[in-house]
Design a protein around this ligand. Structure first.
Ligand SMILES: NC(=O)c1ccc[n+]([C@@H]2O[C@H](COP(=O)([O-])OP(=O)(O)OC[C@H]3O[C@@H](n4cnc5c(N)ncnc54)[C@H](O)[C@@H]3O)[C@@H](O)[C@H]2O)c1
Length: 266
């Protein structure tokens, strides 16, 4: 029987991480590199992507490169996947984490009635269509390896409706496109889990809100609503990514793991 260390090792594997230049993306890059994977950062932000790749390569002594990619654009996805495969020889792990496109659109209110179609479309293009385009482009490469793992990043708001009382007195919002996009990712996970099996496993992580110096009133209400009495940190997501990417979860596919301090337990 293999040891846990052997089951967790990602030596010789290549991971593609969309949104890899972002804050949660950093945790994913770090943990997969620590386990020995080569890292391909797919992000629209060229400078931040390159810096992240250099930092990860330096710290963990693995190969790492950034590929400027707009996951919402078919040609961009195809081009980036082809370049990564040419450079790294294949893809074993795909994390679909890109979100929050920078938009030059007027601010809008919190009520559903004032949410714009432009914001809805632009966000679903990245979150949902981007996840589809990336998974479709990587699928033949993941299948070829025979042990591919896809990890989609949803949210507690893809599982449950928002409690808008948390946002009272703040300028924070929680728009419908986020719920629809993340809920779509949960179901897309199940679709891919059954159709890409047995060569590829497809699972989903649903994080709770990450502490980013939100207004105090929101923070207090959020903590009171959470059994573990705090918001998430980026580091909280490392263990699940390591588990789902590696052979330690070899018999798990189609699952959604909430990493939410118990938010969804009551
Ligand atoms: N922050 C939270 O509280 C939270 C909670 C639950 C789930 N999530 C999910 O975790 C993931 C990462 O969130 P984060 O907080 O690290 O956000 P972030 O803004 O730090 O990172 C998102 C990254 O996606 C990239 N991106 C945006 N549009 C893109 C596109 N078209 N193509 C390629 N890359 C693109 C951005 O450049 C950025 O680097 C997202 O899917 C988010 O929905 C976040």
């Amino acid at each position: 029987m293999k040891s846990l260390q052997e089951l967790m090792s990602l030596a010789g594997r290549t991971a593609v991480i969309t949104g890899g230049a972002g804050r949660i993306g950093e945790a994913f890059c770090e943990v997969l590199a620590e386990l020995g994977a080569s890292i391909c950062i797919f992000d629209v932000e060229a400078g931040a992507g390159n810096e992240r790749a250099d930092a990860v390569a330096d710290r963990f002594r693995v190969r790492a490169s950034a590929f400027v990619t707009d996951v919402a654009r078919e040609e961009s996805v195809q081009e980036a996947v082809s370049s990564a495969v040419a450079q790294f020889g294949g893809v074993d792990i795909l994390i679909n984490g890109a979100a929050y496109p920078k938009l030059e659109l007027p601010e809008e209110g919190r009520e559903l009635e004032v949410q714009s179609l432009a914001r809805w479309n632009a966000n679903l293009d990245v979150v949902l269509t981007g996840t589809f385009l990336m998974t479709r482009a990587c699928a033949p490469h993941l299948r070829r390896r025979g042990r591919g793992s896809v990890i989609n990043i949803a949210s507690i708001y893809g599982l449950l409706g928002p409690d808008m009382r948390l946002y009272d007195g703040t300028d924070m919002d929680n728009p419908a496109y986020y719920a629809a996009g993340k809920g779509g990712i949960v179901q897309f996970t199940r679709y891919c889990a059954t159709t890409l099996a047995p060569e590829v496993r497809v699972n989903c992580i649903a994080p709770g809100g990450v502490w980013r110096h939100q207004p105090e009133s929101f923070h207090e209400r959020y903590k009171r609503r959470t059994p573990l009495q705090r918001m998430a940190s980026e580091e909280d997501l490392k263990g699940a990514a390591a588990y789902l990417a590696s052979d330690s979860s070899a018999y798990i596919t189609g699952q959604v793991l909430a990493i939410d301090g118990g938010w969804s337990a009551w």
